[in-house]
Design a protein around this ligand. Structure first.
Ligand SMILES: Nc1nc2c(ncn2[C@@H]2O[C@@H]3COP(=O)(O)O[C@H]4[C@@H](O)[C@H](n5cnc6c(=O)[nH]c(N)nc65)O[C@@H]4COP(=O)(O)O[C@H]3[C@H]2O)c(=O)[nH]1
Length: 900
């Protein structure tokens, strides 16, 4: 991607200009001129040849006309008679003379002569000195006239003599046409027509077609010399006077004199280049050269040459100027491009995205790497200088070739661009994920812009995993379970197999979580998840449904009983003790099982039914497995019915408060109880009396507990005040508070209003909250309990012993009473463990200044044990069941009547 220097570019441009523009033009011009010269020369020579031919024809005609004249004159009777008369009388009639004169003047003959058979010149129109002389013996016997006379008389032939100076005519160059005059086939003399050279000259010297420098040169050979028979433009002198040796005469004339005919560009007698045509004139015995200076005939050529050179020069100048301007512009553009390239390179270099440029091979099967930027080197780990120009498969061996080259091919065929989501690339044995945009450039090259999105991809995968998995345990989460279960159901349906959904809930987990803290609870859940996964097959699904609930899906079951086997294994595995941060914890699962297709066809139904079965398992005493049955399903439906009916019950006053006595251990069992615990009952119109344990949980789930709780508190306090006003009944009233009520911000106002309404004194009202309620959010519980305490209400911890709270911890709560749970009391006579725990609890509670109420006392043995260990208050069927207020009112009234 380097750039040419301005100098080199200039040189290249000049060379290019010469090669591209000037050389062809010069060649064309030369070719044109050369062709033109050849054509012109050929035309000129053709013309000159035509002129020469024409001149030769004219001379022949000229001579023929004279020969015809001579024959015609000689054959005339008048001529024969005139000669006969002259021979006989030496005189001639005037009429005959006039007729002869007329003949002589017909053509511009110089003279008309009659010669008798002896050679005497008997008649001459001009009367020159040859008249009266004898041509055979006289002074002019060597003249051309004498030669012509002898030839005519000898051969009876009409001929023309050579031109030569003729003395009788004062040396005028002349030729004679001599014809014999016959009388009865016998020559009696001859007629001679004298033709002066001057009459031939107009024919010869006609310059038509010869321009300004044209000339017709005529010469006759005279021995080893030649005599020019016409005046020459460039050689002064009289014709027939200056003999020139044959060897020195110009070449075309030499050729003409030797009988040759031709044309060409030659040198003339003046050594000047001429276009000439030459030939021999047999009628005259002369050589003829018709010529014209090449300077004149080739003048158009020379003009054209000049014009061409001029045009060429102008063109050269113009195109050189244009080339210069263009060149400068090109150089400037080149500089701009170079600067742009530098900028782009800097930009590409500073980009975080990798950019690589490829050129496809002709068949598109392979791509050559043309360039790659710094980010591209960094991402792929290649060295630019090592891979430039190499096939892409060799340059980037770590590339997942299939996807990217297919995209290259597509973009190459269709044009435009394409984004390839992900491409795997192995660098230093680590897999990278690249996102690549593939763009086809105008030149057919392929640009790949790629970024390393491994981090993002990993994060996406993590987010994806989090979206589908529980963050604490890593198990499949509730949402993902629905999807996976639906898929598993499809497979089961397809394969005609069974499938089991196991709903698992940890018994007493809430207690552990509330008492030991969420951290320990979390660790326990993680361990539970670990144990669940341990024995599962790969095709099974283990999910956390939320809280302490887990779901296991067993796929591809042979029979429903297999699910029970797996559930039993889970029961064992989760029932093992857990060692967590130094504590040994115990929990057990309750497992509900639903089977596809018997218990439901869709994920929702199967999960719901397994949940129902799980509840049943809990009801059955925990650490238990229950299969879903239709009866269970009905029970679940029952819950809904109860909730609906409960609302009606509240409105229609079907609820009632029952009271159970709490007796002081030392007191007379038949005396007034120390306190009464208010327990709510539902007088159902069809089902009869329903105890609290059967509908309070539903009231809590549905939120009805607030209405019920407020009503019970109000009713119990009202009743208590009624009894005390009547002078019967207990000294204290105990009312249960549910966890939901305790969290209600309106509780304090409600309690304060009730205290005020019924003028309850300090410590006359005791509110019972369960241990787990107090443990759930200790800080908040302490705050609320303290506020209640500040109102003058006593506080009791219910069901003590079921949670994991220690007495030391309870010290922090503003409570005055502990209620020992029924569970401990039940086996207190038979289970040493329970007996020991109860005894220790009593002792420690007293140490903390708390009073202890034991509940669920059903036997005298239990009562005895508890009293022996200093239990303060006793409650249970042994002393009295929960009964309506009217019962107690009647009872106590009767008692007081008896005692009085
Ligand atoms: N087997 C046996 N059971 C005995 C004996 N003595 C008492 N019981 C039963 O034990 C439960 C004592 O109440 P709790 O522990 O406070 O436990 C109560 C209490 O937590 C809650 N509850 C009852 N009434 C109310 C109420 O008005 N409001 C709220 N929030 N909870 C209530 O419902 C739970 C169950 O109440 P109930 O069904 O009335 O059941 C009562 C009572 O009938 C005995 O000797 N043997």
């Amino acid at each position: 991607m380097g750039t040419l220097s301005s100098h080199r570019l200039g040189l290249r441009l000049t060379l290019g200009f010469l090669i591209v523009a000037l050389l062809p033009l010069a060649g064309l011009a030369w070719f044109y001129l050369h062709t033109f010269e050849r054509a012109l020369t050929a035309t000129v020579l053709q013309n000159i040849t035509s002129i020469a031919d024409k001149k030769a024809d004219q001379i022949d005609s000229y001579i023929n006309e004279r020969l015809v004249d001579a024959r015609s004159f000689a054959s005339q009777t008048m001529v024969r008679e005139a000669l006969s008369a002259l021979v006989a009388t030496r005189t001639l009639s005037t009429g005959a003379r006039t007729e002869l004169a007329t003949l002589g003047e017909r053509a511009d003959y110089h003279d008309l002569l009659l010669i008798d058979a002896n050679g005497d010149v008997v008649f001459s129109l001009r009367g020159e000195p040859d008249l009266g002389t004898n041509l055979l013996h006289g002074p002019f016997r060597d003249s051309e006239l004498a030669a012509g006379f002898r030839q005519a008389m000898t051969f009876m032939h009409i001929d023309m003599t050579r031109f030569a100076p003729y003395a009788p005519s004062g040396g005028e160059v002349a030729a004679f046409v001599v014809a014999p005059i016959l009388d009865a086939q016998r020559p009696i003399g001859a007629l001679a027509l004298q033709v002066n050279l001057t009459t031939l000259m107009p024919v010869v010297s006609d310059r038509t077609g010869l321009g300004t420098s044209g000339e017709t040169v005529l010469a006759v050979q005279d021995g080893q010399a030649a005599l020019y028979t016409v005046s020459l433009e460039r050689m002064p002198g009289t014709p027939f006077t200056n003999p020139v040796p044959l060897t020195q005469i110009a070449e075309p004339m030499q050729l003409a004199l030797t009988g040759n005919q031709g044309h060409g560009i030659v040198s003339d007698y003046g050594d000047i280049d001429v276009a000439a045509g030459w030939r021999y004139l047999p009628a005259l015995g002369w050589g003829m050269v018709v010529k014209i200076d090449t300077a004149e005939v080739l003048a158009p050529l020379h003009a054209m040459q000049k014009a061409t050179v001029l045009a060429f020069a102008v063109f050269l100048l113009a195109s050189a100027s244009a080339a210069l301007v263009l060149g400068r512009r090109l150089v400037r553009d080149e500089r701009i491009i170079a600067a742009q390239q530098t900028r782009y390179r800097a930009m590409l270099g500073s980009m975080n995205d990798g950019v690589a440029l490829f050129r496809p091979l002709a068949d598109g099967s392979e791509f050559t790497l043309l360039d790659i930027n710094a980010a591209g080197e960094r991402i792929t780990g290649v060295k630019r200088r090592e891979v430039l120009g190499r096939p892409s498969r060799i340059a980037f061996p770590g590339l997942d070739a299939a996807g990217i080259y297919a995209a290259f091919g597509r973009v190459l065929r269709r044009g435009g661009s394409e984004t390839i989501g992900l491409t795997a690339y192995v660098k230093d044995r680590h897999s990278l994920w690249l996102q690549t945009d593939v763009i086809r450039l105008q030149g057919g090259e392929i640009l790949a812009v790629f970024k390393d999105i491994t981090a993002r991809k990993t994060a996406d995968e993590r987010i994806e995993h989090l979206a589908h998995h529980d963050s604490l345990t890593g198990l499949v989460n509730r949402r993902n379970l629905e999807i996976l279960l639906s898929q598993a159901l499809h497979a089961a349906h397809r394969e005609g197999r069974l499938l089991a959904v196991l709903f698992i809930d940890l018994d007493r987990f809430k207690v552990i979580n509330d008492t030991l803290g969420h951290h320990i609870g979390d660790l326990l859940l993680v361990e539970v998840a670990h144990r669940l996964c341990r024995d599962m097959r790969e095709s099974d699904i283990v999910a956390r449904q939320g809280g302490d609930e887990f779901v296991v899906v067993l796929t591809a079951l042979e029979c429903a009983q297999d699910a029970a086997v797996v559930a039993a294994k889970i029961l064992l595995a989760l029932g093992e003790p857990y060692d967590i941060e130094g504590d040994r914890l115990h929990t057990s699962p309750s497992i509900g099982i639903s089977i596809y297709p018997d218990d439901g066809l869709d994920a929702d139904t199967l999960t719901k039914n397994a949940d129902t079965a799980m509840y049943h398992a809990k009801e059955q005493g925990r650490n238990n497995i229950q299969f879903f049955t239709e009866a269970l399903n009905l029970a679940a439906g029952e819950r809904l019915t109860v909730e609906r009916e409960l609302r009606v019950a509240i409105e229609e006053g079907q609820l009632a408060v029952y009271y159970q006595p709490q007796l002081e251990a030392a007191a007379d069992p038949l005396g007034y109880p120390f306190a009464m615990e208010a327990l709510v009952r539902w007088r159902h119109p069809h089902r009869g009396l329903i105890t609290a344990g059967h509908f309070i949980p539903i009231a809590e789930e549905s939120g009805l507990i607030h209405t019920i709780g407020d009503w019970v508190l109000n009713e119990a306090c009202r009743r208590f005040r009624e009894w005390t006003h009547a002078g019967i009944g207990p000294r204290r009233i105990a009312v249960n508070l549910s966890a939901h009520q305790l969290r209600n911000p309106a509780l304090l106002d409600t309690v304060a209003a009730v205290l005020q309404r019924y003028e309850l004194h300090e410590d006359e009202l005791e509110l019972e909250v369960t241990e787990s309620v107090a443990m759930r959010d200790p800080a908040r519980a302490v705050e609320t309990l303290q506020a209640l305490r500040n109102l003058g209400v006593r506080l009791a911890i219910d069901d003590f012993g079921t949670g994991h709270s220690s007495l030391a911890y309870l010290k922090r709560l503003p409570i005055q009473t502990l209620k020992l749970d029924r569970e401990f009391v039940r086996d207190i006579e038979t289970d040493e463990n329970d007996a020991a725990i109860s005894a220790a609890t009593l002792a420690l509670a007293h140490e903390l200044g708390l009073r202890v109420v034991a509940e669920g006392i059903e036997t005298e043995g239990q009562s005895r044990f508890l009293r022996a260990h200093g239990c303060d208050l006793l409650q249970g069927y042994f002393y009295g069941k929960p009964e309506p207020a009217e019962f107690w009112t009647a009872h106590w009234t009767e008692e007081s009547r008896k005692s009085s």
